[in-house]
Design a protein around this ligand. Structure first.
Ligand SMILES: Cc1cc2nc3c(=O)[nH]c(=O)nc-3n(C[C@H](O)[C@H](O)[C@H](O)COP(=O)(O)OP(=O)(O)OC[C@H]3O[C@@H](n4cnc5c(N)ncnc54)[C@H](O)[C@@H]3O)c2cc1C
Length: 367
């Protein structure tokens, strides 16, 4: 079976890997470079049980286990992607002395004195991380080792005949397929012009990558703090195995540019994030900044991803809208999509993610 995957983010690359491992002929079409968007610029934080009690619980738990096994199986051959277990804390920048320090005095002395750790959110049993861009590229290389092809170019249409998907148009050329997967992150909204897809929106986040060497231990932090103008922020801090520390924060509802390569920061957002970081930690205050970036996470109307067949067009599938957990949930999405496309059903129950639960977006609404 020949499957064309539209989009080379963490979701597209993971589907490509699991499909090609099972013998499918796979083509990944990517318009702006593998992992150029959120899958290269996000936190890569992973949690076993933070989705418990929601419809995403089984997907997240299976993904958390797959992240560990994929790192063990593939990293030696396809380039390691910084997978490691972490301890995770909630902290607050506050002069309030009644807050207890839950750090147990371990490691967190790299933070400023007024940052208090008030809660342990995860242990090395329940929280972990990857470098998302390196994960995505390695999974794509592993897929290629099983015969998958990457194709640079923009998908501009989905081709169909008698109610069945038969391929895609890429920069004016038709590519035939038995199945087509829409995995274009927030740009999946554009596919609403080609097939009856529910809406997918983009929510922007900004991030900085600091060169901190070995000064920050493997401890993730979810912080609450105030800007100089009094506005409250919730930066997330993820020190990585490669000696960098990733910090994201300052979300916005800025419009999604049609071309993924045109995504840039909002005016002043990175400067505000940098000022917050420099106040939070003397280590961050002294560190060089290696990357200043912004990206959009894909969200749906009900907050749940779209994973499954698109109703009304046989052979068309969606795998998008993973919101804040797209890196965590990429492996089990890939595994389940491969089973669904090749066997007609997946081991994991995908009914909560059925794209048919939401009405199809009318592309005319884009204006
Ligand atoms: C600031 C921030 C921090 C985050 N932190 C975390 C985290 O710690 N843990 C976690 O699990 N998740 C996190 N996320 C969420 C996660 O990054 C996303 O859910 C995930 O990356 C989405 O992956 P994707 O493959 O669906 O989309 P994307 O990464 O957006 O990839 C879509 C791809 O499709 C391509 N494309 C678009 N249009 C076309 C076209 N017409 N033809 C061909 N290709 C096309 C794009 O170029 C892009 O490469 C974070 C998100 C943000 C914004």
């Amino acid at each position: 079976m020949r499957v064309v995957i539209c989009g080379g983010g963490a979701i597209g690359a993971s589907i490509a890997y699991f499909l090609s491992r099972r013998g499918a002929e796979v083509v990944v079409v990517e318009r702006a470079g593998i992992a150029n968007a959120a899958s290269g610029k996000s936190g890569g934080f992973l949690a076993l049980d933070w989705c418990d009690g929601t419809p995403v619980e089984a997907l997240a738990r299976r993904s958390f286990a797959l992240h560990a096994s994929l790192a063990e199986e593939l990293a030696d051959d396809f380039g390691e992607w910084g997978y490691r277990r972490m301890t995770t804390f909630g902290a607050m920048a506050s002069a309030e002395s009644s807050l207890r320090d839950f750090s147990g005095g371990r490691g967190l002395n790299w933070l400023s004195e007024d940052v208090v750790v008030y809660r342990q959110l995860g242990t090395t049993e329940t929280t972990a991380q990857v470098h998302p861009g390196l994960y995505t590229e390695a999974l794509m290389r592993a897929a290629e080792a099983h015969g998958a092809k990457r194709r640079d170019g923009e998908v501009t249409d989905l081709l169909s005949r008698d109610g069945t998907a038969i391929g895609v148009a890429v920069d004016g050329e038709d590519i035939a397929a038995d199945a087509v997967v829409i995995a274009m992150g927030p740009w999946s909204i554009l596919s609403s012009a080609w097939l009856p897809m529910p809406a997918v929106f983009g929510l922007k986040g900004h991030s900085l990558v600091f060169d901190t060497g070995d000064k920050v231990p493997a401890e993730a932090l979810f912080l609450e703090c105030q800007d100089e103008d009094g506005s409250v922020h919730s930066p997330e801090v993820f020190p990585r195995r490669d000696g960098t520390t990733y910090v994201c924060g300052i979300s916005s509802q800025s419009p999604l540019p049609v071309d993924p390569a045109q995504v840039g920061p909002d005016d002043g957002a990175l400067e505000r994030l940098e000022a917050i970081c420099r106040r939070l930690s003397p280590v961050l205050a002294d560190a060089d900044i290696l990357a200043r970036q912004a990206c959009f996470r894909p969200v749906t109307q009900d907050g749940l991803p779209l994973i499954g067949p698109v109703s009304g067009l046989a052979g068309a599938y969606a795998a998008t809208g993973h919101s804040v957990w797209g890196i965590l949930n990429a492996p089990a999405t890939g595994e389940a999509m491969a089973e669904l496309i090749l066997n007609g059903a997946s081991t994991l129950d995908l009914s909560a993610f059925d794209p048919g639960r939401l009405r199809a977006f009318d592309a005319a609404e884009l204006g």
